[in-house]
Design a protein around this ligand. Structure first.
Ligand SMILES: [Fe+2]
Length: 303
């Protein structure tokens, strides 16, 4: 086994949410991992479907890959995780960062879920902590705890590639927001500082891209490019200045329109709530619990 083999990385961009899903594969063994798969959701009809995940399955089949891990970097606020669907189709284990249990407790409280809702991470096959390693064929994956966007976020460093989720974005788009429950701009700064100590040629794969200024979506850069050109880092920004800029920017952002729906699915590992007596699952929404910078109820109206 070698940590220096360069994995093959295939990104799948979901135009609706700007999410990038990855298939990372070992060129020698054809073993692979899937990172941050999207379970499609049409909020107008409240219907789920598996278009994104099926596209990934097609790729896996076409490339004759053997998927050995289905990974999430954190509980997402903008989409549902397709991990359970892919686990069912591929018989591969699922994993996420160990601090997901804190996210579960936090959101269990917000949603006022029943006492028996498990907040022990048992919805995943493995909970990963900082420094953990695991194999994908001849590739070695290493976990870096990288909180800030959420308090459970982790980065997967696989060979010369780092899957940094919502920490850095593409250099022209800066960094990810840190204002969700449990988020922290100060922790995000520390996580980014740590990521930028990776070798300068490390390929950085981001969790989202929204095609800034109308350019086509992109998701790959390097540590060197991030240090030199990221608009929020400015070649060496102080923690205080970063936090000031980040928090000012976050105060202007609307919440992701799926956040209150997505978190209750994602703290279940990407599953809907148990069906009620009529065999229908329902999502619930806490009313008047979040500030809104929108024109309708803003600025910062709290009911
Ligand atoms: Fe996220």
């Amino acid at each position: 086994m070698s940590a220096t083999i360069a994995p093959l990385v295939k990104g799948f961009h979901d135009a609706k949410t700007g999410s990038i899903q990855y298939v990372v594969s070992c060129p020698h063994s054809k073993k692979a991992a899937i990172i941050d798969p999207v379970w499609d959701f049409d909020e107008k009809s409240a219907r789920t479907c598996t278009n994104n995940a099926d596209e990934i399955l097609d790729y896996v089949r076409d490339q004759s890959l053997d998927v050995v891990w289905i990974l999430d970097t954190h509980p997402h606020a903008d989409h549902f995780s397709a991990a359970p669907y892919l686990k069912q189709r591929l018989s591969a284990p699922t994993a996420i960062g160990e601090h997901v249990v804190k996210v579960q407790k936090l959101w269990k409280n917000i949603y006022n879920l029943a006492d028996d809702f498990p907040t022990d991470g048992s919805q995943w096959d493995r909970l990963l902590k900082d420094g953990d390693t695991f194999d994908i064929g001849r590739l070695q994956a290493r976990v870096m705890f990288s909180p800030g966007h959420t308090l459970a976020s982790i980065t997967y460093v696989i060979g010369d590639a780092a899957f940094v989720h919502d920490t850095l974005m593409m250099p022209d788009s800066g960094t990810s927001r840190a204002d969700f429950p449990g988020g922290s701009a100060r922790e995000l700064y520390a996580s980014i500082e740590r990521l930028l100590t990776l070798p300068q040629d490390t390929r950085i794969f981001v969790g989202h891209d929204y095609g800034r200024g109308g350019r086509k979506p992109l998701w790959e850069s390097t540590v060197r490019e991030q240090i030199q050109t990221n608009i929020h880092l400015r070649g060496g920004i102080s923690e205080g200045e970063f936090v000031r800029i980040r928090e000012a920017r976050d105060a202007e952002l609307e919440l992701p329109h799926l956040m209150l729906l997505a978190l209750q699915v994602n703290i279940r590992g990407g599953r809907l709530p148990a069906p009620e007596a009529n065999e229908v699952s329902y999502l619930k929404v806490p009313l008047n619990q979040f500030a809104s910078p929108s024109k309708v109820c803003g600025p910062w109206a709290i009911g």
